[in-house]
Design a protein around this ligand. Sequence first.
Ligand SMILES: [Zn+2]
Length: 222
Amino acid sequence: MFVGHFAVGLAGKRAAPRVSLGTWFLAVQFLDLLWPVFLLLDWEHVRVTPGYTRLSPLDFYDYPLSHSLLAAVFWSALFAAVWAVLRRGRPGRLRIGLLLGAGVLSHWVLDFLTHRPDLPLLPKMGPYAGLGLWDHPALAIALEGGLYALGIFLYVRSTRARDTAGRAGLWALLLLLLGLWLASAFGPPPEEDTPIAWATLSLWLVVFPWAGWVDRHREIGP
Ligand SMILES: [Zn+2]
């Protein structure tokens, strides 16, 4: 899943409006931020097998540290705890920390819908879970596209642009994510291991600051 994760981040802004969209995106994509790092460290592995699922050629045969359920719970708790510590003394920090932690965990739940049963509940030993929606392209695209549209609607309803950057910057970012999603679904399969890791990592290094920048050019309110 790709834009579906960002949809949760966009919707999160409504639940906790004082949290930047950049932070929300970081939370919902935290597991996919760790993943390329772990690939580069050779701690996790992926291979490209065209036709592996009808929508994605990525065979995630080994990603216990970023994508097992136990690890996802751990990263969620860590994210919530770090947030609560960094925001010491501010009202609502526990509630917001828990919301962000839930955002981290939502990543696993959405991946569970689309992936083949390749998500281990426990690292290295399974059992493995996944409903495999990627083998039902029309359903997968309708669900994910619908989630994305809903997320955008909620974000745009709960913030308003202060200036052109807040308006054009937002739509440019949303279109970029949409384009990347469609390219990954309908474009040629990516190259093996390392380019995937670098591409994913460099993408995140652009997306999170961009979302934070857009968010600073918008204010809370309809
Ligand atoms: Zn993922």
